[in-house]
Ligand binder design. Structure first.
Ligand SMILES: C[S@@+](CC[C@H](N)C(=O)[O-])C[C@H]1O[C@@H](n2cnc3c(N)ncnc32)[C@H](O)[C@@H]1O
Length: 403
């Protein structure tokens, strides 16, 4: 998410937007570069920005038009969400891909550097791949660690691109390591940057818990077309989305859904009859996703199912796959993760050994309480990742009510 929105900055609307209308007046807007906004007044806000204007002017307009304080809050939230997703962006800045997601914050980088499995694997891949002939581009350099490693590995020149204020930190890193003459930090989104020479090696770690929500597909596709030489190598070279069937315990399931036991417990605590909640469960496709679980929950059932891999560069803007399986057991949830081949022989997985040893959170999809995914019956699972919005559907797989 973009961290700050200046109320007096002129904003314009991104050209390519897809709008979806959901029940309960919710709307989603997906940008052509993968950003997603959710809100109740997105369409109104997009209309208000038909020609470039400032958030303050639109807030005034909303105050005049809104029928209630809630409607005004919805309008403001929608503007913020559109801005965060890149559907509105400063005039003259050019649309930005993906989200900044608080990468200006030190804590994010501490988490990533503390992830030894991730960081060591990237450093190993860089050491084995960089040659003295290479022009390296590090897309999203953050602290500068991968760019500094590439310079130390002897690259002819390294261009490190960073859209957040971390660019200054990376510059300090280049000076501290005495490689500032071979490492140039470029501040801005990679989509707006031009390099003086094409890159022969593209390094990037712009992979989120949902591997696509930092915009890796559109970002690297743009890099391939504008910043990389034909035949350039990529670290990572392959991204393989993975589904791991898991079995959550009854206790785990009870923590995720309204159950009569929970309703009774809350009634005894708060004196309110909560049985109405049992009639209104959350929407299955949204409510059952959980992100950033620090480890794989429950017990792994069967082996992980690998989805069709993406070998960079790849021109897809979103990822969708149908997977068929036929196993010998039953699961009640699916964990979504990924494997990265950083370089030949250098692999990294967000679901390592089920222990969640990387900083990446595991996304878990629970189809419905007390229902099983019968892996013994051939089933088809359709997964779609689109700029931070994930959908999953099971077709044919039998759901049984047994538990
Ligand atoms: C996950 S962090 C990785 C940082 C560092 N490369 C590392 O491995 O520790 C991703 C960084 O990329 C930046 N970023 C993401 N997409 C970008 C883009 N298209 N252009 C420039 N910076 C980008 C973010 O601001 C963030 O600092």
């Amino acid at each position: 998410m973009r961290t700050t929105m200046d109320p007096d900055q002129m904003l314009q609307r991104a050209a390519e937007l897809t709008v979806e209308l959901h029940p309960d007046s919710w709307q989603s807007v997906t940008t052509g570069t993968g950003g997603v906004a959710h809100g109740r007044s997105l369409l109104w806000a997009l209309d208000a920005f038909e020609s470039p204007t400032t958030p303050r002017a639109v807030a005034r307009l909303a105050a005049e038009r809104a029928q209630s304080p809630t409607a005004w809050v919805d309008a403001m939230e929608s503007i913020r969400a559109l801005y965060g997703a890149g559907a509105l962006y400063p005039v003259g800045a050019g649309p930005r891909i993906g989200h900044e997601r608080g990468f200006a914050r030190e804590s994010q980088h501490v988490q990533m550097l503390d992830d030894e499995a991730r960081t060591s694997a990237f450093l190993r891949a860089i050491r084995t791949q960089v040659t003295s002939e290479d022009i390296v581009v590090d897309v999203g350099t953050g602290t500068g660690i991968l760019a500094i490693a590439a310079a130390r590995a002897g690259a002819r020149h390294v261009y490190a691109i960073e859209q957040s204020v971390m660019a200054e930190v990376a510059e300090a890193g280049a000076r501290a390591h005495g490689v500032a003459d071979r490492l140039t930090v470029l501040r801005g989104s990679s989509t707006n940057v031009v390099l003086p020479e094409p890159a022969t090696l593209v390094v990037s770690e712009i992979i989120g818990d949902d591997p696509f929500d930092e915009g890796v597909l559109p970002t690297l596709s743009d890099v391939a077309h504008r910043l990389a030489a034909p035949g350039a190598r990529y670290i990572p070279e392959v991204l393989t989305p993975v589904i791991q069937p898991v079995r959550l315990t009854a206790e785990d399931l009870d923590k995720r859904f309204y159950t009569s036991a929970a309703a009774q417990r809350w009634q005894s605590l708060y004196g309110i009859d909560f049985s109405y909640l049992l009639q209104h469960p959350g929407r299955p496709e949204a409510a059952c996703f959980e992100r950033r679980l620090s480890r794989l929950p429950g017990e792994a059932v069967e082996h992980a199912v690998e989805l069709p891999p993406i070998r960079f560069p790849d021109d897809r803007q979103t990822y969708a796959a149908d997977v068929e399986w036929c196993g010998s057991d039953r699961a009640n949830a699916l964990a979504l993760g990924f494997q990265l081949t950083l370089a030949p022989g250098v692999e990294l997985s967000s679901l390592i050994g089920g222990e969640g040893r990387t900083h990446w959170g595991v996304m878990v999809w629970v189809p419905r309480p007390s229902s099983d995914i019968d892996l013994r019956r051939p089933g088809l699972v359709t997964v779609k990742w689109s700029g931070g919005k994930t959908s999953i559907a099971l077709v044919h797989a039998t759901h049984s009510a047994e538990h």
